[in-house]
Design a protein around this ligand. Structure first.
Ligand SMILES: *Cc1c(COP(=O)(O)O)cnc(C)c1O
Length: 547
């Protein structure tokens, strides 16, 4: 038993066991540091994995008869780091952030305590941090903290799901027992994250009852289309229960107009005598720009450049209204600088969580005692990790000003990237020009075609498909060099109309997603050089296949 006990933290706080643990951590960090190179986006050489790779693993691995000893285990752990993507200055793929030190230490504290966030008797640290971060973020967005509440959950996906559960419960409190009526409908922009699709499938509403509202030229929800779709559904006897307003779309950073959506929902409720339609602002990604809601733009205390300031003001124009939504989300593992998985679901009126709660009878071994007063019976999870501890640490360490500087820098580098791209590689055209934030989506055109023409709907289906195919080959070229500069891509940044079909056609685009704290303006020219090389490769390839 004695040597098994050595695999645990000490019971009594002795120095020997502490130093042993620190020694392992030191080894892991040293090994990781030896693989780092600011000009690469990988820890050591890139490791391509064949389709066979995972099959072989399945064949080769079984639980060892005897424990292997910690030195070997640490060796295995450091091996796992080799070839792993790493968030250097050239890491501009999707929203895959580096975990900050406060975030990592918060997570470590959480792991060391290993409390269960299900009940404050078992996880007091997490319960306390959870209430702290709920309060901090409620006040930040402009919720009334005496009314609002929330919890940490499984991703932006979990928040969209929880919002839907609540939306149904508000209109149909007995749906928990009786099942969901078969005439409920949910609405979101065509640019919304697929979280809602999975959620409507999972709660049994069915994806045929998910109405995808068209997006306008700025990629945000087209209000006229929402109006038409709501009317259509209601007049055919459907009941709208849930509208998801995407505030910061994952691929193009479009921000739906929450104020207009709220007003429209209210108008429909009055006109058709409907129960309140729950509005969830899917602010998983973009909500962090609410850090500028009370920024003093006139005095500009952080000395942002003119164009950065104007862009931030544009974002604020829409973001200031997210508090009109009934629920929201902050994916701290995105722009909040904490490790996976640290998402916060916030509810404007916390009392509605009661609609989702279990009866005492159903939770025999936790909660409802004379001791402890925080039992999260309303979450879909039973045991819960204490991710609020990492969130709390990050909010304290960065403060508003720290987040403002990071978030403004994403905008700054995107502005410079767009400017230099337009000058140096005109065949790559920005397709989310009206939206500024952490991401620029750009698309390759040849033969005098361009985004303006394509967006106006004047191209034929075959032409748009051909441009998509060309961009798909660009993705392949970019992907090959991802250890130098790791660009992102998407097969559907938005859709366009075409002249010879009624179909809306998906538009593929490459992405510059600024997410690393190390990406600065001075690094942009080298990235454009790298893009230029990829375009040269693409054009050479393309010529070969044509002739
Ligand atoms: C990332 C994202 C999600 C999904 O969040 P996960 O944390 O990956 O579950 C949902 N909505 C938006 C807008 C997102 O950007």
């Amino acid at each position: 038993m004695k040597n098994i006990q050595q695999l645990f933290q000490s019971e009594d706080g002795n120095i020997t066991q502490r130093e042993q643990l620190l020694g392992f951590v030191e080894k892991i960090l040293t090994s990781m540091d030896s693989l780092k190179d600011p000009n690469k986006t990988m820890l050591g050489p890139i490791q391509e994995r064949s389709a066979n790779f995972y099959k072989e693993i399945m064949e080769d691995f079984e639980v060892p008869e005897e424990g292997r000893g910690m030195n070997q285990v640490v060796g295995e752990l450091t091996d796992l780091m080799k070839g792993h993507p790493y968030h250097t200055r050239n890491f501009v793929t999707n929203v895959l952030p580096m975990a900050s030190i406060p975030g990592v230490l918060g997570q470590l504290t959480n792991s060391l305590l290993n409390g269960n966030n299900l009940w404050d008797v078992y996880g007091p640290a997490a319960a306390e941090s959870e209430v702290k971060v709920i309060s901090m973020m409620s006040k930040l967005v402009g919720y009334d903290f005496t009314e609002s509440f929330g919890y940490t959950t499984w991703g932006g996906q979990g928040a969209v799901f929880s919002g839907l559960r609540m939306a149904i419960a508000k209109q149909f409190p007995h749906a928990k027992e009786e099942g969901v009526p078969n005439n409920l409908y949910c609405f979101a922009s065509e640019n919304a994250h697929y979280s809602l699709l999975k959620s409507v499938e999972a709660v049994g509403i069915g994806s045929n009852h998910l109405v995808r509202v068209k997006a306008g030229a700025d990629h945000s929800m087209d209000m006229e289309d929402l109006k038409m779709r709501l009317t259509e559904v209601i007049e055919k006897g459907g009941i709208p229960v849930y509208i998801v307003a995407t505030t910061g779309a994952t691929d193009n950073f479009a921000i739906d107009d929450v104020k207009a959506i709220k007003e429209m929902a209210t108008t429909f409720e009055e006109k058709y005598n409907l129960k309140p339609i729950h509005i969830h602002a899917d602010s998983a990604l973009g909500g962090f720009y609410a850090f500028f809601n009370d920024y003093d733009f006139a005095n500009n205390p952080l000395h942002f450049e003119r164009d950065v300031l104007v862009s931030l003001q544009n974002i604020r124009e829409r973001m200031q209204y997210i508090s009109l939504a009934d629920s929201l989300c902050f994916d701290f593992q995105k722009l909040g600088q904490t490790p996976y998985l640290t998402s916060l679901f916030l509810v404007k009126e916390g009392k509605y969580l009661g609609l989702l709660d279990l009866e005492d009878f159903d939770t025999p071994y936790v909660g409802n005692r004379g001791y402890g007063s925080y039992h999260t019976g309303y979450t879909l999870e039973c045991s819960r990790m204490g991710s609020s501890i990492a969130i709390y640490a990050a909010l304290l360490a960065f403060g508003k000003a720290g987040y403002q500087q990071l978030l403004a820098n994403y905008v700054r580098v995107n502005l410079v990237f767009r400017e230099q791209l337009a000058i140096r590689i005109p065949s790559l055209q920005v397709v989310n020009e009206p939206n500024i934030g952490p991401v620029t989506a750009y698309r390759y055109y040849s033969k005098g075609l361009n985004w303006q023409g394509e967006q106006s709907g004047s191209y034929m289906l075959a032409q748009v498909q051909e441009i998509n195919a060309l961009n798909a080959s660009l993705f392949e070229v970019l992907g090959k060099h991802r250890d130098d500069v790791f660009f992102g891509d998407t097969t559907r940044v938005c859709t366009v109309a075409v002249s010879d079909s009624d179909e809306l056609v998906p538009v593929a685009a490459a992405k510059f997603f600024s997410i690393s704290p190390y990406t600065e303006v001075e690094h942009i020219p080298a990235m454009i050089d790298s893009l230029q090389q990829s375009i040269d490769t693409l054009e050479a390839l393309h010529l070969e296949t044509v002739y």
